[in-house]
Write a protein that binds this ligand. Sequence first.
Ligand SMILES: [Ca+2]
Length: 286
Amino acid sequence: MKPFAFSELLAHMSLIRQPSAMACSLALPMGAALLSAAWLFLARAQETNEHGLAALLDGSGFVRIPAGEFMMGSRNGKPDEQPVHRVVISKGLEMGKFEVTQAQWEAVMRRAHARVAPGEAAEASAPSHFKGPSLPVENVSWHEVQQFLRMLNARDDRFEYRLPTEAEWEYACRAGSTGDYAGTLDAMAWYESNSGGQTRPVGRKEPNAWGLYDMHGNVWEWVQDWYAHDYGEERPAAGPASGSYKVYRGGGWFSSPADCRSAVRGFNFPIDRYDSVGFRLVRTPK
Ligand SMILES: [Ca+2]
């Protein structure tokens, strides 16, 4: 039963309620209220499971990305999206179906702050500007993401968790598409025109052809690579060996449509935090 169905039921009950049937008029709403509470509990539990740490560890929060090749970059875009070049993704991998949520971040990072006072630990492990367990974590620097990865890797000896490379990210975002977006932007993304000025719970828009949600919009996503001002003539699948800025991809809740394109590249210092930048995981067997 969905909440709107329940409110419709209540409205209907208020119409049929009779003054002479007092016991009935009390018992029915109470029963319905209990049903509603149970539904909300189950819905939250399901959402918590789907967006919680268990979904990462049991693999249900990942989708399989096949090995393959694609054309990276865009001729319609900015100079740093060029030259368009062929990239081979030589090994398949698993990528997070969703951006990492606040529930997941906090479940992992509470241990990282276990030595400080409980109140401080709670605050330190909940860095996001917009609060909610199913919202993407944001306001985390690239370096803080590395700490999250170390903590998560320490909990699971079967897989290595990491950020996608920039090439892996664009390959997965495109999911075989070659245009500006992997589908219809409004159907797939939270961005300036529809976000209401904030992040949104992950997974509420349409996924791309490979089952990945929110690759366009909601929060930009840190990737592994250092930023280079263009791709060079012989750009390998891996990024430059060093640099000043780390790359993030996909656009966020306040971005224009142009900044949500598959090929667009954002970048900033790895110590910086923004309420529009989060990340997504990749995992491979150890
Ligand atoms: Ca995103």
